[in-house]
Each structure stands twice: as structure tokens, then as C-alpha cells.
Design a binder for this molecule. Structure first.
Ligand code: AOS
Ligand code: ZN
Ligand code: ZN
Length: 389
């Protein structure tokens, strides 16, 4: 069914995008971290920055945490601070990849002591969720091997399943587990969760609280991500996105920067599956870092890019598309999608912001606000997100 302009606007008003705490902090590659002036010195300041992004865009009211990068004594207090700033704490990301012990893997490590330590960390992340009121535990494992024969591929799957089960059983009624996959890196021969099929199979085995998270940067070049979206939606197993852009591998560039057409195709499948409404339960997160560009405007840009792709997806004339598909008119079907993609939705979105009392141009509003100058003066010695430490 094609949507009226009012329906499109209403849908866009309800859209929600979650920003990651680590994107506000200093980050870099394994070669160099370039510190920026004014970056947050603690999780409280990361949340303050996320709140600025939300105030300017109106659609980014939640912030993902990363444990232990977001180190505080009292997570309830952090949640209250977020609330005061007008945002709430979102997914809790675990970290079982930055410890000497995890050289040969975390939950799949051949040493039961290391597996216990890794699983205990995941359980502690659920404790954090209890304190913050977060619904989602996001699990990404750097586990894998570099050489044939290094470890038993199948035994590692068994160890992974055991750890996931223990954590799954600890989840509360309103909590979920988001299982992330990644083609390779840091392991180069086998990765224990390399693709959506493996993540899906584990989630299926675990039960309804386990869902797959698609990080758009975690696939082989040329992978049709919208197919994965359509498939997982049909199975009720798509829990979240980590949006970012890639040219080569896990580049973590701004969402929609490298391939806005791909982002549109993904969002079209979301619209097609009626899965955009927050009530459906998909957590649309960003997972990126800004190594050379100014962070807050880059995050605003990314939120706007997702919003633009969504607006274009909503513009698709679904009646014309359906008709063309049923009659086998390949060209007309393709044209229906391309017409929407080639529309300039920026005036529509600027108008919508103005209607909602926001500045039509959030990036210009940020530049004018003086916030960047203020944090650059007030904050000295900003935190590193965790890379290259
Ligand atoms: C790592 O490549 C993944 O994208 C994870 O989502 C990870 O937890 C996040 O990027 C922060 O490192
Ligand atoms: Zn990710
Ligand atoms: Zn990644």
C-alpha cells in the first residue's frame, strides 16, 4: 500500500535511532589514535553529547553503552543522569576482546578458566542492564583461529552454545540477547560467529529472547544485506542493526556515506516488513567511530542519513511496485524503487523538523550552538574509546 504524505510524516516522527557511547570518544586505527579537543572524559559526558544529538535531530533518544569502556560506580545514577539529559540508556555491549586471557578466544577458549571469566563478564553485563533498565545485551565475540588445526572448530561451537545458554537463562522477562556476527577480524582463518546463518542457528536454538544483529560492515564485499534483512524479518529473528559504512572491511565509517543506495534498500525491506515502528522491537543502532572527522556533527550526519534513507523507502509507490511485480514488468518494478531513491527528501525532512520545533538543518544548528567551543574549553584529557590502547 502506498502511503500518504501525512502517513509518511507520522512514521518518520516515530522513528528511533540509537547512538553509541564510544563514537563520542577518541578512537583510531591500530596505527594511530588522533585525539580531538573536547571529547568526553567519562560516560556522563558521552551521554551529554548524545543528548545534544537527540535535541537537534529529535530521533536519537537512546545511547548504547560498552562495558567496561563506560566505567562508573553506579549505573542507576548514570541512568538518572541520562534521564535528566532527555535520553535513556540503550543496549549494553559486552567486551570479551581486550584482555590477555582472550588471545585464543573468550567463550570458545580451550581453557575452561578463561571461558568462565568471559561468561562471568557477560553475566555482569546483564547486572548492568538490571541497573540501567536496558532491554538489549549485544554480544560480539572476537573469537576465532588463525591457522588450520589451531583448535577444534566444532568444539568451539559447543563452547559458544554453552556460554550463550548460560547468559540466555540469566535474562529477565523484558531483556533480550542480540547476537552479532562478523566475517573476519581479528581472527583470519575461522571466526566462531562469521555470518548471519551461524548467528541465526544459535538464536533459534536459544529461544525467542535471542535475536540476530546485522552490522552493515561485517560482510564480504557484494553481500546482499537486504536479502538477509528480508529473511530474518520473515523468521522474526531480526533484533537490531549496527549501522555504519564500509569500503573494504569493518571500516566503521558514517552510515550512508559509502553506499546510500544500499541503506535505502535495507530500509525498504524494513518498511516492507512493517518493522520500523519502535513497538516492533528492532533496535536501529549506529556502530561507528569518527577518527578524522568531528564527532558530534558526524553522528548527526549519520542519523540524518538513516532518516533520509527511511524517508525514501517510505516514498516507494508500493501499489505501482506490486502491480509491476505481479505482471512481470521488470523495468517498471525497478523504476518504482529507483524513483523513490532518486527523490530529494531533504525539503520534506527539513519541513518536518520545523513542524516539530527543531532547526531544519541540525548540523548548522550544532555549529551555531557554541557547544563545540564550550566542550573544547571545558574538557581537557578526553577518553579514548578503547581502540589502540
Ligand atoms: C565489532 O567489530 C563489532 O562491530 C561490535 O559491535 C563491537 O562491540 C563494537 O564495534 C564496539 O567495538
Ligand atoms: Zn557492530
Ligand atoms: Zn564491527
Amino acid at each position: 500500500m502506498s502511503l500518504s504524505l501525512d502517513q509518511i510524516k507520522e512514521t518518520l516522527r516515530a522513528q528511533r535511532i540509537e547512538t553509541p557511547s564510544w563514537a563520542y570518544a577518541n578512537s583510531g586505527t591500530r596505527f594511530k589514535v588522533f585525539p580531538q579537543p573536547g571529547v568526553p572524559r567519562d560516560p556522563y559526558e558521552k551521554i551529554a553529547d548524545a543528548a545534544v544529538v537527540h535535541r537537534l535531530t529529535g530521533i536519537a533518544p537512546t545511547v548504547s553503552l560498552h562495558i567496561p569502556w563506560d566505567r562508573v560506580d553506579d549505573f542507576t545514577k548514570l541512568a538518572e543522569h541520562a534521564q535528566e539529559q532527555g535520553v535513556t540508556l540503550g543496549a549494553v555491549n559486552s567486551n570479551v576482546f581486550q584482555d590477555e586471557d582472550y588471545k585464543l578466544g573468550s567463550v570458545t577458549n580451550p581453557d575452561p578458566r578463561v571461558r568462565r571469566k568471559a561468561t562471568d563478564h557477560l553475566l555482569q553485563c546483564v547486572d548492568v542492564m538490571d541497573a540501567t533498565g536496558s532491554r538489549d545485551l549485544k554480544l560480539w565475540f572476537s573469537d576465532g583461529t588463525n591457522y588450520p588445526g589451531q583448535d577444534d572448530i566444532r568444539a568451539r561451537q559447543d563452547r559458544l552454545a554453552t556460554a550463550l545458554r548460560e547468559v540466555y537463562d540469566r535474562l529477565g522477562d523484558n531483556q533480550r540477547m542480540l547476537v552479532e556476527y562478523k566475517l573476519f577480524e581479528p581472527a583470519f582463518y575461522t571466526t566462531d560467529l562469521p555470518d548471519w546463518g551461524t548467528a541465526y542457528a544459535h538464536c533459534l536454538e536459544l529461544g525467542p529472547k535471542a535475536q540476530v544483529v546485522i552490522d552493515t560492515g561485517h560482510h564480504a564485499p557484494g553481500t546482499n544485506i537486504e536479502f538477509i534483512v528480508a529473511f530474518l524479518l520473515r523468521q522474526g529473528k531480526l533484533g537490531a542493526f549496527d549501522f555504519n559504512s564500509r569500503f573494504y572491511a569493518d571500516d566503521d565509517l558514517m552510515a550512508g556515506a559509502a553506499d546510500p543506495f544500499q541503506l535505502f534498500r535495507i530500509m525498504y525491506e524494513i518498511v516492507r516488513g512493517d518493522a520500523l515502528d519502535p513497538a516492533y522491537g528492532i533496535n536501529f543502532m549506529l556502530d561507528q567511530c569518527h577518527n578524522i572527522e568531528a564527532k558530534i556533527p558526524a553522528i548527526i550526519r549519520s542519523v540524518l542519513n538513516v532518516q533520509e534513507a527511511t524517508a525514501k523507502a517510505l516514498l516507494v509507490d508500493r501499489d505501482a511496485l506490486g502491480e509491476a511485480q505481479r505482471s512481470g514488468d521488470v523495468l517498471a518494478a525497478n523504476a518504482a524503487l529507483m524513483d523513490a531513491f532518486n527523490s530529494d527528501v531533504r525539503p520534506l525532512l527539513a519541513g518536518l523538523r520545523a513542524e516539530n520545533g527543531l532547526d531544519p538543518d541540525p548540523i548548522a544548528a550544532y555549529r551555531r550552538s557554541g557547544y563545540q567551543e564550550k566542550i573544547a574549553t571545558e574538557r581537557v584529557g578526553g577518553e579514548q574509546a578503547g581502540w589502540g590502547a
